[in-house]
Design a protein around this ligand. Sequence first.
Ligand SMILES: [Zn+2]
Length: 419
Amino acid sequence: MNGNGAPPRVGDASSGSAASARTRLERGRGALGPALELVHTGRAPTRAVLTAELGVTRATAGAVAAELEALGLIRVDSRPGAGGAQGRPSHRLAIDENGPVALAAQVHPDGFRAALVGLGGRIVATAPGKLTVSEDPAQVLGAVVGAGAGLLAETGRRCVGAGLAVPSAVAEPDGTALNPLHLAWPAGSPVRAIFEQCVKDAGIDGPALAGNDVNLAALAEHRHGAGRGAQHLLCVATGHRGVGGALVLDGRLHSGSSGLALEVGHLTVNPEGRACHCGGRGCLDVEADPLAFLTAAGRTPGPEVSLLQQARDLLRDGYGEPAVRTAAEELIDRLGLGLAGLVNILNPDRIILGGLHRELLYADPERLRAVVADRSLWGRSGGVPILPCTLDHNSLVGAAELAWQPVLDDPLGTLGTAA
Ligand SMILES: [Zn+2]
């Protein structure tokens, strides 16, 4: 099911002979990856747009599209366009609904989730798993990979690889979770190596990669959601606990020298504030996360649903209550202070907010924008757009992007058989 399947059927999807398609493809092979990325991110809905975006001839674009179709990645629909008076084929390009998937996994303080994610960031199947996250990363990752393997067996889909999102900075090149503060995992756990082993043990082919959950959310939002088209995209989000940040520069995650950039959770936003697990005081991490909100509103969190869900519910249903409104305003002001500092340093062209921060933006967008504008040098001069994240499960979709990346870089090399 997950093996390297049938050889590419070069030429059988195009009108010309296999030989002439092959000749065109030789010229266009370098364009396969860029072409797939354009379709993957929704920027090439038709073959005409693909031709223009790639800057190649129509014949080359046709061969490239046909090859991607033969690899089972996209579909080229050449039925006459509905509105075309001449009945001229529109050659619509779409993701192949039955194409391969990536296994995506996410671990957070309240449990884990596995999903299968196709091209285009589409979640094909998902299996939530509730558990008290064990102190042993191997046990948790074994369980989440097992859930993903179950989904693969049920759906019979070909798998290109696996990606994992964790609520910790992931140091490169070792793939270690440096500060899984809200999980009981030991600092420095080699999560990528453990995940790789679990994936291998489950009989799943392809690469197994791991990254920080907010980094991966930002990547997914840049490709498929609220970050599309931004050149300097700043993402700030709460998970179930804590606060993270990410920067996507010209389509690539800015990771710093060893994968640890944008650790925004430990910006000081309240010098007199709560003690933070980092040793500091008044960090965004403990002043603007779901627990901070529930506590500020005078609520004692219960064990039934996640802290994030409890905070969301309270913000949506209890906003009329003065204590809830005051707590929300307090968090908005602290978040705004943190964002203002980041705006001055990073000069982003867009900010997107996820988790509870998205809900705070919905609750009082004017207040948040005003704090950022008042407190930042660059925010004042016209303002940086601040938008809510739009994807469901964006960290999972981002985890899948890790596994899809080798295919996006070289579709034929990863999915075709060796010539
Ligand atoms: Zn801190």
